[in-house]
Design a protein around this ligand. Sequence first.
Ligand code: CMC
Length: 430
Amino acid sequence: MAEPRTATLTIGNMTYDLPIHAPTAGPDVIDISKLYATAGVFTHDPGFTSTSACESALTFIDGDKGELLHRGYPIDQLAKKSHYLEVCYLLLYGELPSAALLEDFEHRVTHHTMVHEQMHNFFRGFRRDAHPMATMVGVVGAMSAFYHDSTDINDPWQREVASIRLIAKLPTIAAMAYKYSIGQPFVYPRNDCDYATNFLRMCFAVPAEEYQPDPILSRAMDRIFTLHADHEQNASTSTVRLAGSSGANPFACIAAGIACLWGPAHGGANQACLEMLQEIGTVDRIPEYIARAKDKNDPFRLMGFGHRVYKNFDPRATVMKESADEVLDLMGIHNNPVLQVAKELERQALNDPYFADKKLFPNVDFYSGIILEAMGFPTSMFTPIFAVSRTVGWIAQWKEMIADPTGKIGRPRQLYTGPTQRDYVDIENR
Ligand code: CMC
C-alpha cells in the first residue's frame, strides 16, 4: 500500500505534517482540520477559492478543460441523451436507473406535484408586484409548516419523501408565483404531462383555452432544467449545506439556497444578462459597454461572462447555445435586436485581449435568458426557473451531507480586525 502523503507546514521553528487526500479527480486536498488544535492558527481564504469544504461524490468540474460530470457522466451527453428526471435520479441515487426504476421515480414525482390547497392563501398574502423569487423564498420556507411529516432529518424515509416533494412541487410553486404576479388564476399540474411540459402548461395555460406547447419548447425547457441540475459546491449549494449542518429541516434549507441563488453574481445573472442586452439595445453601443466592463473604476461587469471555476468555455453554455438556435428557429426569431446584440457582444468579447487574458468566456446564463425570453417568460422568471432546476442538486448534496457520519455543524473562523477589549463609556462621557 502506498505511504500516506503529507505536506509540511513550518511556522517559526515548529513543523506540522498535514495529511494529503487524493480525490478520484481534481487537485489533491491538504487536510487542515486539526491545524488549529495542533498549531493554534487558522487558515484564511475569503470566498473559499482554495478550500474544499466537504467530501462529495456527486458532481465534478474541471474548469480548465471546461468539463462538468454528474456521477461521472459528461453534461453534454446527459443533456443530449437523457432528460431531467433521469438526471435527478442519477444525482440522488448515484447510478442511471433501469427502465422500471425510472418509471417508478417519474411516477412518484408526477404524483406529488400538487401543493396543499391552503398554500394558495399563503400566495395571496404577497403583493402582486412581488418578484417571484421573493415569493418562492417565502413559500418554499413555508413548506415546513405544510409538510411536517417529512421534516425529521434523522429518518431516511422522511428525507426521501421531502426530496420527492421538493422536486415535484418546485415547478408548481414557481408557476404559481408567476401566475399570481400577472393576476391570472393558478393552473393545477397534470399527471399526463412530462415534467417540462407540465411546467410550461402551469405557466402559460389559462382556463379559457387549451394549451399544448410545441415538443421543441418542452425539450428546450427540459434541457434548461438538466443543464442547471447541479454544479458542485457553488454559493447556493454551500448555503444549503451550511443551513443543513445545523439540523434545519430540508424545506428551510432549500429556501436558504433560493435566497442565495437570487443574487446577480449567481442565479440572478440570467435576468441581469438579458436586462444588460436590452439596455445595450443596438450593436453600435457594444464597444462602450465592453470598455465599461474593462474599466477598474466602473463596477459594471459583462453579465453572463466569467466563472469562478470555468477558465474555458462553460460546457453548459455550448449545449444551451444549440438549444437557443432551435427555439429561435421555431419561433421565427432571427432579427431580434437582443439576439443580434448577444451574438455581436460574444464575438467582440471573445476577440478582446482583456477577456482572453482573464479567461472570461460566456457562461450558461448568457444563452439561457435568450431562450427563456423567446419562450415568453418575463426576465423576473429566469432565476425562479434556475431555482426549480437546481433543487435536485441542493437536495442531493443535502442528503449526502446528512448521511455522512463524520458531519459537523459548519462554523468558519475569522481573521479579526476590530478593536481589542475596551471598557464601556457612559453616554454622558462620550
Ligand atoms: N466582466 C468584466 N470583468 C470580469 C468579469 C465580467 N463578467 N468577470 C470577472 N472579471 C474580471 C474581474 O474584474 C477580475 O479582474 P482583476 O483580476 O483585474 O481584478 C478577474 O476578471 C477575475 O474575476 P473575479 O471577480 O476575481 O472572479 P470570481 O471567480 O470571483 O467571479 C463571477 C466569478 C462569475 C462572479 C464573475 O465572473 C462575474 O461577476 N460574472 C458576471 C456574473 C455572472 O455571469 N454570473 C453567472 C455565473 S454562472 C451561473 C452560476 O453559477 O450561478
